[in-house]
Design a protein around this ligand. Structure first.
Ligand SMILES: [Zn+2]
Length: 303
């Protein structure tokens, strides 16, 4: 049995995974703990409750988190998490629960989840891109997750899309993430003179609703987002040659509003030699389970 932990900016999902299925779930807050040690206590306490009070029966622990380095087991200065220093989370959780723990970048976990259980099954070369608060990516080449020399490969969200463009959370300017994340779409919509009432709501659902209702600024916001993403994906395909690109995360709930213009532009900008050899699809996994299955898949994966 695997304990899967998915650490997000506000909440941390936990699950017990057996034979590729999530058999029980729990959720704790990521914020509000005095420090990372108290947070790890909360993870361990919840895990014991989930396993009949003892923690026994856990074979391994897989933890997905933003800015997690799979080579070192350390969360490195994550801008969206409460701790602004390096946290050796894999070691801390492993010691507390007495089972080996693997920590991985949440986007890499998503990629492994798709490879094992989702739309990436049967592929040896796969690119998974998560579109949410941030933009992450996980790359599988010849069946292996690409970690890079320092464990930080696959940061498609922080490749530069526009020279001297919008400020990004990483401190640089013009990153893809500043354009095709939730914040990016909202900023584009605002730049296009979008409705102030729509912008008072959270996320992108109200913008999607406005676009479906025919509002021009909202329609253009999705068109531009799709165009930018298509260019970035075509560039990534030219570099890495995946057989499939899987899109995952909150923005993909917009469905055809994003996918129709995206696929049209992708077809136009894709290098000829890749045409007919790669497709772009949405994740087929249920969103909550995908993150947990991905975290579980981290435990058995060797890069
Ligand atoms: Zn950036």
């Amino acid at each position: 049995m695997i304990l899967a932990v998915d650490i997000g900016g506000s909440s941390t999902k936990m699950g017990l995974v057996e034979d590729g299925r999530v058999i029980s779930r729990a959720r704790i807050s990521t914020t509000g703990h005095a420090d990372e040690h108290v947070f790890v206590d909360a993870i361990a306490g919840t895990a014991r409750l989930m396993t009949d009070g003892s923690g026994a029966g856990l074979d391994s622990i897989g933890i997905g988190a933003p800015n997690a380095n799979q080579l070192s087991g350390v969360i490195e200065m994550a801008p969206n998490l409460p701790w602004k220093h390096d946290v050796p989370l894999a070691k801390m959780v492993s010691e507390r629960l007495g089972a080996p723990a693997t920590l991985g970048n949440d986007a890499n976990a998503a990629a492994l989840g798709e490879l094992r259980y989702g739309a990436g099954r049967g592929y040896q070369d796969l690119l998974v891109v998560t579109l949410g608060t941030g933009v992450g990516s996980g790359l599988i080449v010849n069946g292996h997750l690409v970690l890079g020399s320092a464990g930080n490969a696959g940061e498609l969200g922080h490749t530069t899309l526009v020279m001297d463009g919008r400020r990004c959370t990483c401190g640089r300017a013009g990153c893809l993430e500043a354009y095709v994340s939730i914040r990016g779409i909202r900023e584009t919509y605002a730049d296009l003179g979008g409705d102030a009432d729509v912008l008072r709501t959270e996320g992108v659902k109200a913008i999607a609703d406005a676009a479906r209702g025919g509002e021009k600024a909202a329609r253009f916001a999705f068109q531009w987002t799709a165009d930018w993403l298509a260019v970035a994906l075509a560039n990534a395909v030219a570099m890495t040659g995946p057989g499939r690109v899987v899109l995952f995360g909150g923005i993909t709930r917009s469905g055809d509003l994003l996918m129709e213009p995206l696929l049209a532009r992708f077809d136009k900008v894709l290098l000829n030699i890749h045409k007919g050899r790669v497709d772009v699809v949405l994740s087929a996994l249920e969103e909550d389970d995908a993150a947990l299955l991905g975290a579980a898949a981290l435990t058995t994966f060797r890069s």
